[in-house]
Design a binder for this molecule. Structure first.
Ligand code: GTP
Ligand code: MG
Length: 371
């Protein structure tokens, strides 16, 4: 199989494989693994069983809320799951904390519509709910609510010096979808750069089809369970945290960086609707590899500041994970957003001032969001 566009060269992993690899379609969801430590692993006395990470899932806005509820229905994982939105009347599914902002009824894709009310509600939420060590936030970058709630939460989490991972969904159906995606990304950049923080982000493109994207989000959430929840030999809590904020190492800078998670050496990204890194990446900030003790002896050919490894014995390939961070927001995404705006706008109407966008499409407002 050819390397997926932008995939690090992991060919040595493939060569050294001694065990069967599930095909993408066979990938099983992670269920009920949180407390299980295999007896096989505990026999390996040269590695301590790794500490796991206290994390939570926040689904915000309509798309994020649905993704979080789907995850809670599909997986029996004991982590706090909360949804926050400006609309909806869904009954709370078991195990999900549903927050509906009072007196609001959606933002109709207009990010300024409820910005003040959302800012106040988020301050209140943050005051009452301490963040877990890692928070995973999922939402659309193109709507009017999740794209405001998400970045504001990111700002607060980074301010608390905790780790946040964003799973974003990009739409380019219309001018406003595209502008919202640009400005939401700019908002993330503002918050991450102002705090000199590291912000790992995964983005899905709804042009691959919503069902594909929804399944893809479920898949990467399963990978995150491996990254955060499951004990492995050789991997402790700080390894997992430092993988997610490698800017504590000299030479690694903060900012918004793509995170890639996969079970297959070739990556299993493109067919799940994930926006992949540009192929001209030159180095990674960090990798984290969880693999069988006697199977994989992977050496990354890509330059990388730090690699963490976890091991398990046997051939339970569902446990394998190849994770990496450090790619810039792909130029191919920026080009696509620009091309979409070209198709909706007359170029003469626009002021080409931004590096990322050919259009002046947003300004930083008092709450730190680019609107
Ligand atoms: N893949 C996927 N995309 C969705 C889903 N629901 C909504 N979207 C997309 O996300 C975009 C934004 O919609 P919402 O998430 O509802 O927006 P919001 O954050 O609630 O903001 P407002 O509705 O404007 O208040 C839409 O244009 C949809 O294309 C979903 O379940 N799956
Ligand atoms: Mg909505």
């Amino acid at each position: 199989m050819p390397l997926a566009k932008g995939a690090p060269d992991l060919s040595s992993l493939k060569k050294n494989e001694t065990h069967k690899v599930h095909t993408k379609k066979e990938t099983k969801p992670v269920t009920k693994k949180t407390t299980k430590t295999t007896s096989k692993s505990s026999k390996a006395n040269d590695f301590a069983i790794g500490g796991t990470v206290n994390w939570s899932l926040l689904g915000v806005g309509g798309a994020g809320k649905k993704a979080a509820i789907r995850f809670s229905e599909n997986h029996n994982i004991d982590i706090p799951i909360t949804t926050i939105d400006t609309s909806g009347s869904e009954a709370a599914p078991k195990g999900v904390n549903v927050i509906r902002m009072e007196n609001l009824n959606g933002s109709g894709k207009y990010r300024k519509e409820n910005s003040k009310e959302i800012t106040n509600a988020i301050s209140k939420y943050v005051g009452e709910n301490p963040f877990t060590d890692v928070t995973v936030i999922v939402h659309s970058l193109s709507g009017g609510s999740g794209s405001v709630i998400g970045p504001l939460l990111v700002g607060e989490i980074l301010r608390a010096n905790k780790v946040v991972i964003v799973i974003g969904i990009v739409d380019t159906d219309s001018d406003i979808d595209t502008v919202n995606a640009f400005n939401t990304l700019e908002s993330f950049k503002n918050f991450a750069e102002n705090r000199k923080s590291y912000l790992p982000i995964m983005m899905f493109d709804n042009d691959h089809g919503r069902r594909t994207v929804d399944n893809g989000i479920d898949r990467v959430l399963s990978h995150l369970v491996r990254l955060l929840n499951i004990p492995y030999d050789g991997l402790d809590m700080q390894d997992r945290i430092k993988f997610l904020k490698p800017n504590t190492f000299d030479g690694v800078t903060g900012g918004v960086k793509l995170i890639n998670l996969s079970q297959l050496p070739d990556g299993d990204w493109e067919d799940i609707g994930l926006i992949t890194p540009d192929s001209d990446y030159s180095k990674l900030d960090a990798t984290l590899i969880i693999s069988p003790i006697d199977g994989d002896n992977l050496k990354l050919k890509t330059k990388c500041k730090v690699t963490f490894r976890g091991y398990f014995e046997g051939d339970n390939d569902d446990d394998r994970l190849i994770a990496s961070v450090g790619y810039n927001i792909p130029q191919s995404l920026i080009d696509k957003l620009n091309e979409t705006l070209h198709s909706f706008r007359n170029m003469d109407d626009a002021a080409p001032t931004k590096i990322e966008s050919e259009y002046e499409i947003g300004k930083t407002s008092s709450n730190g969001l680019v609107m």
